[in-house]
Design a protein around this ligand. Structure first.
Ligand code: AMP
Length: 411
């Protein structure tokens, strides 16, 4: 299928061509006609599939075909500030040739400039839930004209505890509206919310739920917890390590890694929820432009980050929620390119590794890095190869020390 088959207005087709897209991605090919038709949509799609354009292009088209009003006719609710900014920027990019007004509101920055922007009149509003409720409570945002609402990354909203906020926002919207739900996975609570909210929705599922894209090469390096920092520093010295995104389980571990790696010659920054908005924006734009080549992130901060050209994703810690593994490694191999996902797996993470492998439906290749491959680690990390007498006990004192040091909240 070609973009020309989707009957987009010339202004939008031009913007798509400017962006360098030749063909619609599967989610775009299937979702755009549904949205243009005015129907409710449930899309099971991860980031990296082109889902943002899948809802923005038809929304912009429908907005451009209607009469401008003072208050927004389209609302996008998304869980993180970074995503909100990205979606808003993309709306600006795709809608460049249309006379549409869009605004973005998110927490962690002053209310006043957002209030002025909201009062100035707009067609599309992109928002994180908490801040949008703030504005609604102060009557600074009015949603009585909303005809189309997008719930982006619905499963992540649930994980972050935003679902009550989302329900309150949805309750303020006009009954007669188009609902577009995007979620990488479909937990029961999301399914219930969708069932209650939508009317005769069209379901679109572009990949098997929570399946990594096939262009990501995945490997597990078994290693003792205590050796992870040295192994990471050694991996980062490899010549093929381009823009690299490193995931840690906690903010504390992200900060520790920055300190360790700064000495290694890499240009390193971290993003997590304890960082100020300006520090996060600075780190992210540095990573986009290449000024920073190693970005260390926690799951929530990095969710949905849309940075082109990430060559490697390194799981310094395995995630506790197996779906996060798929989200993490989806940051590389974007839009058909290849990418590498490397997981450092300590013996005490074997339960997480097994859960990940169950989810992705295969055993991930083990590769030992010389100097880091303790035999006991390997067998502990890969339960299928565990020897008759488990030698894990030898490692326990180390791992307990490592765990104590690593204590810190999930961000
Ligand atoms: P998303 O899933 O919305 O986060 O998009 C992932 C990436 O794919 C973004 O960098 C988009 O710019 C890019 N993209 C979106 N649509 C297309 C397309 N039709 N062809 C190539 N790249 C695309």
């Amino acid at each position: 299928m070609k973009f020309a088959d989707l009957n987009l207005r010339p202004e939008l087709a031009g913007a798509v061509a400017d962006a360098g897209y030749t063909n619609p991605t599967p989610i775009q090919a299937r979702a755009i006609p549904v949205v243009l038709d005015g129907r409710d949509l449930i899309a099971c799609a991860q980031t990296g599939t082109g889902k943002t354009a899948a809802f923005l292009l038809p929304i912009l088209q429908r907005l451009a075909g209607g009469t401008p009003l003072r208050h927004p006719r389209a609302l996008v609710i998304t869980p993180t500030r970074e995503l909100a900014v990205q979606i808003h920027e993309m709306a600006g990019r795709y809608g460049r040739r249309l006379r549409l007004r869009s605004a973005v509101v998110f927490g962690g920055v002053g209310l006043e400039p957002q209030k002025r922007r909201l009062a100035a009149g707009l067609d599309l509003l992109v928002a994180t839930p908490g801040r949008l409720l703030d504005h609604l409570g102060r009557s600074q945002a009015r949603l009585g004209n909303v005809e189309m609402v997008v719930l982006d990354e619905a499963d992540r909203m649930l994980d972050m505890g935003f679902l009550p906020d989302v329900r309150r926002i949805l309750a303020t919207l006009p009954e007669k509206r188009q609902n577009l739900f995007f979620s990488a996975t479909m937990p029961d609570e999301i399914e219930r919310l969708i069932r209650r909210t939508t009317h005769a929705p069209v379901m679109v599922e572009v990949t098997r739920r929570a399946t990594p894209v096939s262009t990501v090469r995945q490997v597990v390096h078994p290693v003792a917890m205590i050796q992870k920092k040295d192994l990471l520093a050694s991996l980062l010295r490899r010549a093929d390590m381009g823009q690299t995104l490193v995931f840690t389980r906690t903010k504390a571990r992200a900060n520790q890694l920055v300190r360790r790696l700064e000495k290694s010659g890499r240009r390193v920054a971290a993003i997590h929820s304890n960082k100020s908005q300006s520090a996060r924006t600075r780190a992210l734009s540095g990573f986009r432009t290449g000024r920073i080549d190693t970005l260390i992130a926690t799951d929530i901060a990095a969710r949905g980050l849309d940075v082109d050209g990430i060559s490697h994703v390194i799981n310094f810690d395995l995630p506790h929620v197996p779906e996060d593994y798929v989200h993490r490694i989806g940051r590389t191999a974007r839009a058909g390119r290849r990418g590498d996902a490397i997981s450092l797996a300590a013996p005490e993470e074997r339960v997480q590794l097994a859960a990940i492998e169950r989810l992705v439906g295969k055993t991930i290749r083990r590769e030992h890095v010389p100097g880091f491959t303790a035999r006991a680690d390997t067998e502990e990390t890969n339960p299928r190869r565990r020897p008759q007498s488990p030698p894990a006990r030898r490692f326990r004192p180390q791992s307990q020390r490592a765990r104590t040091r690593a204590s810190g909240g999930r961000s």
